[in-house]
Write a protein that binds this ligand. Sequence first.
Ligand SMILES: NC(=O)c1ccc[n+]([C@@H]2O[C@H](COP(=O)([O-])OP(=O)(O)OC[C@H]3O[C@@H](n4cnc5c(N)ncnc54)[C@H](O)[C@@H]3O)[C@@H](O)[C@H]2O)c1
Length: 340
Amino acid sequence: MKILVTGIAGFVGFYTAKKAVDLGYEVVGIDNLNNYYQVSLKEDRLKELGLSSNDSISDKYEKLSFRKINLSDDLKMAQLFSEEKFDIVYHLAAQAGVRYSIENPHTYMKSNAEGFLNVLEGCRHNNVKHLIYASSSSVYGVNKSVPFKTTDPVDHPVSLYAATKRANELMAHTYSHLYGIPTTGLRYFTVYGPWGRPDMAPFLFTDAVMNDKPIKVFNNGEMQRDFTYVEDIVEAQMRLIDKIPESGGETSAPNTSHAPYRIYNIGNSSPVNLMEFIETIEKHTGKTAEKVMQPMQPGDVPRTYADVEDLFELVDFRPATSLDEGIKNFVDWYKTYYKK
Ligand SMILES: NC(=O)c1ccc[n+]([C@@H]2O[C@H](COP(=O)([O-])OP(=O)(O)OC[C@H]3O[C@@H](n4cnc5c(N)ncnc54)[C@H](O)[C@@H]3O)[C@@H](O)[C@H]2O)c1
């Protein structure tokens, strides 16, 4: 089985590729190594996989290779798919980040909308057996009904990032219907862990606390996030590989269809208050954070909380790493990586 992992130099893509080669699959990873955050961190993730930042074959894993490709380059994407003939696609590359989408809307359309279309076209013309792609809890907008269920309405995104992720789900449905491509969309809930993203709270707060800098606490701390440990995400994701959606599902529900199309939440299902989260970072860094209270940011949502029952039923696994254990692992990694 040959697998494409898009966004292999990214946080979740890196773990996904590693897990897939560990399980014996042949993996090709692509990424454009853009500078949304430190390129050196992306290069180091590739190095950890035995890859260089140009087209390369891993010197650590026999069946792993990397190609530097931009998702929105339709010719190169078409060529990649027709040369490699993938069985499974994990599409994890995207322009992530809610706050950045306020300042840089065009990047989101190029990478997340056009880029996703190129992935769908590649699947359409090359008989891909299962497309598994990253959506996001942000599609729920300011949904007040908790926990968030995949049957809840998701028609009111509050950032362009969320709108592109919801658009991906709709585009996937169209291709599942028109061409019978089995697609599974996964709505991730705040993923964290070692090698995590420098633009996200676990990293930003740890980095500030370790360097004796103040941290910005949005919405005066009145926030809850369903922090989900990266290895839990990857475990659930891998178990989905042969859970190929079939036609003939319930048509009136948003998460299933007459087409081979399914949507699942992947979250810890155990939301944490922002202040408790900060205390956990303080505990593991051994330092006290200087907190600067700030108002709610445009595009942000006060709370995320995943219902994961349908996923659990399907793959017999639910993310469950505690915040305490996960943050400890993250802080240990941070101290080693940044030599603190
Ligand atoms: N981390 C989270 O908490 C979270 C939450 C919800 C959804 N997601 C989604 O999960 C996926 C993985 O997120 P992540 O945290 O690993 O993000 P990440 O930014 O670390 O990884 C994304 C990777 O995609 C690459 N990329 C971006 N645009 C590209 C393009 N046009 N062509 C080629 N490569 C491109 C980037 O260089 C990066 O290495 C994304 O789709 C993201 O939107 C993540």
